[in-house]
Write a protein that binds this ligand. Structure first.
Ligand SMILES: Nc1ncnc2c1ncn2[C@@H]1O[C@H](COP(=O)(O)OP(=O)(O)OP(=O)(O)O)[C@@H](O)[C@H]1O
Ligand SMILES: [Mg+2]
Length: 503
């Protein structure tokens, strides 16, 4: 009989005011990909942080290869064979890839305390090659690498310690669809080498593609572990949420106004060339393209984060938007794809974060209207089901998906006319996704105009009234309401001129 490489038993973890885990057991076998699922705040990351030495459990034991272990810190866990790739990357962007992999490692220091650079580069390149990252030059600084390459560096870093157990916490959340495949190749290679992998993700499709087993957590307790062939999408949702989840996408009837709220004329900068479109009042306009197609650039241009040529016309008047504050003054709001760089201020509380964009309206003379701020933050916490003991909780302590909800809440509360949403439900669980979609839909009905940029095709198709497809910085196709399916959308986004797709 095969023995588990890892056995966690009776694990509980309490934070002030939060019982994150209660009496959870979890087993892992060599060469298996084990999915860990559950709603936002269910305790997945906490369990994995305990397994990787970030936190110590309040109660419970961990056995690795039959022996009881305790991990003093993450390095200690790595030395004993457990490595983790966190939900948020932990790379130093101005160090090289090789330095990131072997940072602070005594084996790379030679005589007279000199770093053995060539040994480090060779070893790093070998590791990166072994997981299929041959095209990456490890002498490059990390900031020059794409997201998938950065992830390969994270994995290489984790593997540089002979890992028996590799934990991947939402590894695909930051990856575009076409790069997820490459990551799966890496995972399959590792599985074949006998590494046990814990795979945390909210994306159902991936779970069925890559996992051998799945364990579901709900409210800090383990619901069950099953073979992947024993479950269906519906039964998994039922296990995670504890009830049936209704329809994910609201039914959109196209009855927005004809009034044009925003007109982009011949916008050019960087990867985008002469992009023109109109956004009408109450419309949800999808903007779809593969990474580098220019969708992100356009969003940043409209929000004043970047400058370029062409004209932005709002309510019929040409305006200059050269900074986010000018954009905000024109009642444009932007939910960025990368919540950590641009979305939230982590040490501040939920309430403070939610109220930032509204401060001008929420202060009388120079005094803050605390009562209104409280009321508003309570409203959005409820609307978005942000899970926390109170709105005074620091955002740092929220689960990843709940942080994303704060970013969205913050911009919704600002009461904009035009809302640019980029990857709005990244890392958000199924139940909360349905909530967010409903809110987006309702806001559009109330007259908000929304530009939706997302790499999740079902989301773009399910929500948009029209979809514009960008390819290499140019709009190559427009789908009317109800016209697009995933296959066509992807085809237009990757080979716009094939099969009668000429303009
Ligand atoms: N350091 C901390 N201090 C206080 N509370 C915390 C801390 N870390 C996590 N929590 C709380 O513990 C609970 C479980 O969080 P965890 O991050 O494990 O959720 P998760 O399942 O990973 O969710 P997600 O899918 O959103 O990433 C949440 O209620 C969270 O707010
Ligand atoms: Mg998490």
């Amino acid at each position: 009989m095969r023995h588990p490489v890892l056995k966690m038993e009776g694990i509980s973890k309490e934070f002030p005011g939060v019982k994150a885990l209660s009496d959870v057991s979890f087993e892992l076998y060599p060469g298996e990909v084990h999915a860990l699922m559950g709603e936002n705040g269910a305790g997945k990351s906490t369990l994995m942080k305990i397994l990787s030495g970030v936190y110590s459990p309040t109660q419970g034991t961990i056995r690795l290869k039959g022996k009881e272990v305790t991990f003093g810190n993450p390095l200690d866990a790595q030395r004993q064979g457990v490595s983790i790739i966190h939900q948020e990357f932990n790379l130093f962007s101005n160090l090289t890839a090789a330095e990131n992999i072997f940072i602070d490692r005594p084996e790379m220091v030679g005589r007279f305390r000199r770093i053995q650079w060539s040994k480090m580069y060779d070893e790093a390149q070998r590791l990166v090659d072994s997981i299929g990252g041959g095209e990456i030059d490890v002498r490059q600084e990390v900031r020059h690498l794409g997201v998938h390459s950065q992830q390969v560096i994270e994995i290489a870093k984790a593997l540089s310690f002979q890992a028996d157990v590799l934990i991947m916490d939402e590894p695909s959340a930051a990856l575009p669809e076409n790069e997820v495949k490459k990551m799966f190749d890496v995972v399959n290679r590792l599985r074949a080498q006998g590494v046990a992998i814990v795979y945390v993700s909210h994306r159902m499709k991936e779970i069925f593609e890559i996992a051998d087993k799945v364990t579901v957590l709900r409210d800090g307790a383990k619901i069950d572990t099953r073979g992947i062939e024993e479950v269906t999408e519906q039964s998994l949702i039922q296990m995670m949420v504890g009830k049936e989840v209704g329809q994910l996408y609201p039914v959109r009837e196209q009855k927005h106004d004809q009034e044009v709220v925003l007109k982009a004329e011949q916008l050019s900068l960087d990867s985008a060339h002469n992009v023109s479109f109109e956004l009408r009042k109450g419309e949800i306009l999808g903007l779809f393209g593969v990474p580098g197609s220019g969708t992100h650039t356009i969003a940043e241009r409209l929000f004043g984060l970047r400058r370029g040529t062409g004209e932005i016309i709002i309510h019929g008047t040409a305006v200059k938007i050269n900074s986010p504050s000018q954009a905000k003054a024109k009642k444009i709001a932007y939910v960025p794809p990368d919540r950590h760089r641009q979305g939230i201020i982590k040490p501040m509380s939920i309430r403070q974060n939610l109220s930032i964009p509204m401060l001008p309206q929420l202060s009388k003379y120079t005094v803050l209207d605390e009562a209104r701020i409280k009321e508003m933050s309570k409203e959005y916490m409820e609307k978005l089901r942000i899970k926390a003991p109170s709105d005074g909780q620091s955002v740092d302590f929220l689960s990843g998906g709940n942080q994303q909800k704060v970013v969205i809440g913050k911009w919704l509360a600002a009461n904009p006319d035009i809302l640019i949403l980029e990857e709005p439900t990244r890392g958000v669980d199924v139940g909360a996704k349905a909530e967010i979609y409903n809110i987006i839909h309702q806001l559009a009905q109330e007259g908000l105009s929304i530009l939706l940029i997302s790499s999740e095709m079902p989301e773009v198709i399910g929500l948009s009234d029209r979809i514009l497809v960008l390819y290499k910085g140019t709009i190559v196709h427009e789908f009317a309401h109800g016209e697009a399916d995933q296959e066509q959308l992807l085809q237009r986004a990757s080979h716009p001129l094939s099969e009668g797709g000429c303009l």
